[in-house]
Design a protein around this ligand. Structure first.
Ligand code: FAD
Length: 517
């Protein structure tokens, strides 16, 4: 059972003046939902898919799943539950694509709203000086890409994987290699339509209902359900040059990354990842990349080593190949990577953005997609990234990693500190993502128990070394931990909860609040 606690005893979660009606048993609650006149429908049985997520570690079965066909379906359901007040323990979780890793989109014996049913609300692209697209909160980013490309446009900021919903990523941040330049996805939204925890439908933006707008962005689903979003667009390129180079020295690697994210006319995407003791690494790359110097690349061995890969992309259209090549040469000439490890590729913009889906299909074919994913994501301040790396890659993860480890810096100036997301308080900080997979029945180093233990060592080190890190896609169990996570922003978080979801109905799987009963 989700082990949430009412985290703010002095706050209106507890003090809301609701007369205590007699408690309803679960059969009464279920039948009361059935009386709602909806455009969509509830399912009360065979809801096991709603008790699953990408993490494959938490399984909380809901009492009902709502498949909404309209925004009133969502608002009427929430208002109904809100009006039952403390007579019911029902909570509500919006479920996007269910790609959380720790049950965040689940609701134990509550109602899960299958947001993808709302996808059918038409996408509307507005061209002009400030182009944007209006989409449903349950829309997948891959569909938005295809729709906006019809107009030569595309969102500016992405995640590495596009089979996620707008509501799901905007409740966190939505970060990829474009974030250094455009900020995360939550910095690229003009307007939202939100159903609050009282069932009210509110349109909000930077100018209108501002507090709710910023609260919901990065708000872990705590203040409302995003039913519609207006996403900023820019011109879309047709093609990208996709480049990888290796470093053996961590500080040279990060120095180059930091220089690139602070340069004018830099690459359009800047990421990086760590490679620990991989055999035949460059050979594996050859299926999709070509080495600049094949003979030298043949000589290079990655066995037994920890290496740092810089991954960058430059957009281009077929008629400006010459200019883009010059610009890439110029950018690369300022970097200090190992020369024999320069690998290049040229693919369509869609192929690049949808790259993780290719790996997904391969892993699915091998039965390796639906396995436990004990992921850990951090924001690490630039001033402590070398301390972080020294301990984690020098002492904890020395022989192997059980999945990709991403590491790249972003500029704080592109993030808006009015949103609910918390980041380290430095001009530059790193996203570090341990995207680990665990072999279901293994008791070895690739088993869940071993990886969870490793995660604990990483978390313990970050805490004792006082690195000033923040978890991204955070996961905590106690009041103290959530308060520490939000730090000075906790007060505002609590105020927003009491204003927009005073009964703590929404997103119980985040385990920040427990419904007041
Ligand atoms: P869900 O898991 O369904 O929901 C997540 C949370 O948001 C839940 O608390 C849920 O209740 C709430 N929620 C869902 N929909 C709504 C809504 N409409 N309104 C309000 N609340 C809502 N993240 C990055 O930033 N960058 C990446 O590159 C990246 N890559 C990823 C790759 C993979 C393979 C996976 C599995 C995840 C990745 N993520 C990445 C993390 C991802 O952004 C989050 O897990 C996100 O929440 C998943 O979206 P979803 O639609 O599956 O949301």
């Amino acid at each position: 059972v989700p082990n949430g606690t009412n985290l703010c005893p002095n706050h209106s979660l507890a003090t809301l003046k609701v007369q205590r009606p007699p408690r309803l048993n679960s059969t009464n609650i279920v039948s009361s939902l059935e009386t709602l006149g909806l455009d969509g429908y509830f399912s009360f049985e065979n809801n096991h898919h709603a008790a699953k997520d990408f993490g494959n570690m938490y399984h909380f079965l809901p009492s009902a799943v709502l498949h909404p066909k309209s925004v009133p379906d969502i608002s009427n359901t929430i208002r109904h539950i809100y009006e039952m007040g403390s007579a019911s323990e029902l909570t509500v979780a919006a479920r996007g694509h269910g790609h959380s890793t720790q049950g965040q989109a689940q609701a134990h014996q509550g109602v899960v709203i299958n947001m993808e049913s709302l996808q059918r609300l038409e996408m509307q692209v507005h061209i002009g000086k400030t182009p944007y697209v209006d989409v449903s909160g349950g829309e997948l980013w891959i569909n938005i890409l295809h729709e906006t490309l019809k107009h030569g446009l595309a969102p500016k900021s992405w995640t590495d994987y596009l089979h996620l919903t707008v509501g799901g990523t905007l409740s966190n941040a939505g970060i990829s290699g474009q974030a250094f330049q455009h900020g995360p996805q939550i910095s690229n939204v003009y307007q939202l339509e939100v159903v609050t925890g009282k069932g009210e439908v509110v349109t909000c933006s930077e100018k209108k209902n501002t507090d709710l707008f910023y609260g919901v962005l990065g708000g872990l689903g705590q203040f409302g359900i995003i039913t519609r979003a207006r996403i900023s667009l820019g011109p879309a390129p047709k093609m990208v040059k996709w480049i990888r180079v290796l470093y053996s020295d961590f500080s040279t690697f990060t120095k180059d990354q930091e220089q690139l994210i602070s340069s004018e006319n830099s690459f359009d995407y800047i990421e990086g990842f760590i490679i620990i003791n991989r055999t035949g690494l460059l050979n594996n790359w050859r299926s999709s990349f070509r080495p600049k110097d094949p003979a030298q690349a043949n000589q290079f061995s990655s066995d037994g080593r920890t290496l740092y890969c810089l991954e960058v992309v430059k957009h281009f259209n077929p008629d400006d190949t010459k200019t883009v090549n010059q610009s890439i040469e110029n950018l690369l000439s300022k970097l200090s990577y190992i020369p024999s490890t320069l690998f290049l590729s040229e693919v369509s913009y869609v192929e690049f953005l949808d790259r993780v889906h290719v790996s997904e299909k391969k892993l699915q074919a091998k039965g390796l997609w639906e396995i436990p994913h004990p992921w850990l994501n951090f924001f690490v301040p630039k001033s402590r990234i070398s301390d972080f790396a020294e301990e984690i890659f020098g002492n904890i993860l020395t022989d192997t990693s059980n999945g990709p480890i991403l590491i790249y810096p972003v500029n704080q100036s592109k993030w808006n500190n009015k949103t609910s997301l918390v980041t380290p308080d430095e001009d530059v900080f790193y996203l570090v993502a341990f995207l680990t997979s665990a072999m279901p029945s293994s008791t070895g180093t690739d088993g869940l128990a071993h990886i969870l233990n490793q995660n604990k060592r990483i978390l313990d080190f970050c805490a004792t070394a006082e690195l000033g890190i923040k978890q991204y896609l955070p996961h905590y169990n106690t009041q103290e931990e959530w308060q520490a996570h939000f730090g000075p922003h906790w007060k505002v978080f609590v105020q927003r909860k009491s204003a927009y979801d005073p009964l703590a109905i929404l997103a119980p799987g985040q385990r920040i609040y427990r419904k007041a009963t």
